[in-house]
Design a binder for this molecule. Structure first.
Ligand SMILES: NC(=O)c1ccc[n+]([C@@H]2O[C@H](COP(=O)([O-])OP(=O)(O)OC[C@H]3O[C@@H](n4cnc5c(N)ncnc54)[C@H](OP(=O)(O)O)[C@@H]3O)[C@@H](O)[C@H]2O)c1
Length: 366
């Protein structure tokens, strides 16, 4: 990273609702929609960027926010990551850009498209930020994938960790040539490269600072049926509530390190407003404490207790009421820095699980 120290102090780039509109890319998505909601709750004017404003299943829930008592307003704008310059208009006059949009693979994107959508094309977004000239904060939705790497079980990851660390001999997967072959490698390498790129570009430009949010297993209420994307964590919870086995991992065994989508959204806004965080600050959004880290069988037990009317709740393979095998104890990580530096407060795990299930039921997805 160049060290020109051109950036203004973080207190002078911090924004508030009085400083002009904030643009949100990927605004129709699960996280993006809650970012829009949170900003409007705080009185911001929001430019919600979507690929196609004519798709009611993707935008109606955003437009409906204008008819509520939220203090801010939202307007729809268009933008496509793969089209250079397509965010130029949306970012004009904005004080901050929150970039949640990404080709994450839910829509059957290839690993190469995931890589490009999460890294290569981020450059287009930053180019539009620079053209606007008014943007003071760029908040990027990275991922815990940019942090996690092989460590002994129980290791507690922090923001100092990077996904390229300690990977010698890691099944030979961690190479540029493997990007087109493996979605997880493509995703992790893309998010970490994108983070490094945005911090460097912000440093060089000097007019804005870039900060990142690194979520782990995001669950919590869905606003519309379109948020029920196949293989998303919220979709997996739906499957469990339908009594189906959890199939994303072998035997359904996994350590769920849960964070509420509403807390993830709030943390994005706090990154735009913070006078403590600065260019290059990155915040893991995961469980607040051990109560939010649940093995699949423990999550299943919480679902049973919170939704007693549902007879059969699926999850991991059990035998005589006990898990059939031990789960590898990882990833452990806590959103302590976000609490310390951004002043984030979080939902309890039961509030989050309850709200996830309630939204699934309310939307008729069961
Ligand atoms: N959910 C998680 O557990 C989790 C964890 C870690 C990190 N993240 C990160 O969080 C961000 C949001 O994820 P999400 O869970 O909210 O996923 P999502 O619901 O699928 O949202 C992704 C959004 O990206 C937009 N998008 C896709 N391709 C695009 C393109 N070519 N140009 C412009 N926009 C495009 C989609 O908008 P349209 O289809 O409407 O255009 C969609 O609104 C992503 O960057 C993801 O990597 C998520």
């Amino acid at each position: 990273m160049t060290n020109t120290n051109k950036n203004p102090s973080s207190s002078s780039t911090a924004i508030s609702a009085a400083d002009g509109p904030v643009a949100v890319t990927g605004a129709s998505g699960y996280i993006g929609s809650w970012v829009v909601y949170d900003l409007m709750q705080q009185g911001y004017q929001v430019r919600a960027c979507v690929r196609d404003t004519s798709k009611p299943e993707k935008v109606d829930h955003l437009l409906a926010m204008n008819a509520t008592d939220l203090r801010g307003q939202v307007e729809l704008c268009t933008g496509d990551l793969f089209k250079p310059g397509s965010y130029d208009e949306a970012f004009q006059g904005c004080s901050a850009v929150i970039h949640t949009g990404a080709a994450v693979g839910y829509n059957q994107e290839t690993p190469q498209q995931v890589y490009d959508g999460c890294f290569t094309e981020v450059q287009h977004v930053i180019e539009s930020v620079k053209k606007a000239g008014t943007v003071r904060r760029f908040v990027f939705t990275s991922s815990f994938a940019a942090v996690g790497h092989p460590r002994p079980r129980g290791y507690v990851f922090t923001e100092k960790d990077w996904c390229g660390d300690n990977i010698e001999g890691y099944r030979g997967k961690w190479t540029e040539e493997n990007i087109p072959k493996d979605r997880d490698t493509a995703y992790a390498m893309a998010k970490s490269s994108a983070e490094r790129m945005i911090y460097e570009m912000a440093e060089e430009d000097g007019r804005f600072e870039a900060l990142a949010i690194l979520p782990l297993h995001v669950i919590g209420p869905m606003m519309c049926a379109n948020h029920d994307q196949g293989w998303s964590w919220q979709n997996c919870i739906k499957h469990m509530l339908q009594g189906k086995p959890y199939k994303k991992t072998k035997g359904g065994r996994m350590l769920w390190n849960n964070v509420d989508v509403r807390d993830v959204a709030k943390a994005h806004r706090l990154c735009a407003e913070t006078t403590v965080g600065k260019n290059g600050s990155r915040y893991i959004l995961s469980a607040s404490d051990r109560s939010g880290e649940l093995f699949t069988w423990e999550l299943q037990a919480r679902l049973k207790s919170l939704f007693p009317a549902i007879q059969d709740i699926g999850g991991e393979q059990m035998e005589n009421g006990e898990p059939m095998a031990q789960t590898y104890d990882s990833p452990r990580s806590y959103c302590l820095l976000a609490k310390q530096e951004l002043g984030l407060t979080t939902y309890s795990i039961d509030e989050t699980i309850q709200a996830t299930g309630d939204s699934i039921i309310r939307l008729g997805l069961l």
